[in-house]
Design a protein around this ligand. Structure first.
Ligand code: TRP
Length: 332
């Protein structure tokens, strides 16, 4: 039996190169492994905890879907859907919330981080916290448990959420007998942490990102912004401590990397290094960028793909929800 592997991305911001290297690329590689049956989705209801502008929400949601597809997700091989198209998840969300202790939610790190920051600025503990933010881990547990997921590929910041899903599953199972599989998280240890424009990890919260599908001119501009030191062009440079080189490595071929390393050691001007970086990045992005724009200008194509995916998803979720409700004592 193939194991179910499942992950979602919430539409709260523009996808950047760090997301691609750190999350999307490894997830797409896992989906190709014969041992796995993959289910990837747009976590739009999770996005609603933060984005409350309808047009922005719509664009961001399509953006996530178009990104997966442009980067090569094959909807014939991966069950690919929009969370909001699978109503069983939301029924399960309520059921699970009746098995999730409030204390457990109080300890969830995203919520705790807001409370801590409110405390520091002398605000009410729960200032700016809507119940969606508070219940976020329960909806995520529903996403995961609904499909008998065994493996959840996520970033380190999501480990606790997967553990919470296990806790909730166990408390349901203890009460009604074995029902939910206990999911495990999978951290891609070997994937690179991509540095951002300032050298720190590329992340929305540091405001140092390079959007994945940036137009060539803007891409070159952003690359030009990457901080370098004031060494003269002919001075030898250490490739391993250079952000430009770290980025270059992710997009260049082995031979190119080797040659670039030598150029660093022999002395390369930062301007030249930036041009070369642009060249390899743009070469990689070109194809997917075109596909992305094509899809974004044809939302009905995206809708069709997602609807078909939701049908496949519901062929699993609908009978399973029935079984769950039956165990609880609902008339089904
Ligand atoms: N919370 C995840 C994130 O912010 C997104 C997400 C929602 C998710 N539901 C999920 C990830 C289920 C894995 C499985 O990245």
């Amino acid at each position: 039996m193939r194991k179910t592997i499942l992950t979602g991305i919430k539409p709260t911001g523009q996808i950047h190169l760090g997301n691609y290297i750190g999350a999307i690329k490894p997830a797409l590689e896992l989906a190709k492994e014969p041992d796995y049956k993959a289910a990837y989705f747009v976590a739009d209801y999770h996005g609603l905890t933060r984005v409350h502008d309808a047009e922005e929400f719509r664009q961001l949601s399509y953006g996530i879907a178009a990104t997966w597809l442009a980067l090569g997700l094959d909807p014939d091989k991966v069950i690919f859907y929009r969370q909001s198209d699978v109503p069983e998840i939301f029924e399960l969300n309520w059921i699970l919330s009746c098995f999730a202790s409030k204390g457990l939610m109080n300890r969830a790190h995203a919520y705790k981080a807001i409370v801590d920051s409110n405390k520091r600025s002398n605000k009410d503990n729960d200032f700016g916290v809507n119940m969606g933010v508070f219940n976020y881990p329960i909806l995520m547990a529903a996403d995961i448990l609904m499909f008998k997921t065994e493996v959840v590929p996520v970033g380190k910041d999501q480990i606790q959420h997967v553990e919470i899903a296990r806790d909730i599953a166990e408390s349901f199972n203890n009460n009604y007998g074995m029902t939910f599989l206990l999911p495990e998280y999978k951290i891609q240890e070997d994937t690179a942490v991509l540095p951002g424009l300032d050298g720190r990890k590329m992340s929305k919260s540091y405001n140092n990102t390079i959007p994945l599908f940036e137009e060539p001119k803007k891409l070159q501009k952003l690359i030009n912004k990457i901080k370098t030191d004031s060494m003269p062009p002919e001075a030898p440079k250490d490739p391993d401590s250079s952000v430009l080189f770290m980025l270059y490595k992710e997009f260049a071929s082995d031979i190119e990397v080797k040659q670039m390393k030598e150029q660093y050691i022999n002395g390369i001007g930062w301007g030249v290094a930036k041009k070369e970086l642009f060249h390899v990045m743009n070469r990689f992005i070109e194809g997917p960028r075109e596909k992305y724009h094509e899809l974004m200008s044809s939302p009905e194509t995206i809708d069709k793909i997602l609807k078909e995916g939701a049908e496949k998803a519901r062929s699993i979720s609908a009978p399973f929800l029935k079984e769950i409700k039956n165990k609880i004592g609902f008339y089904v």
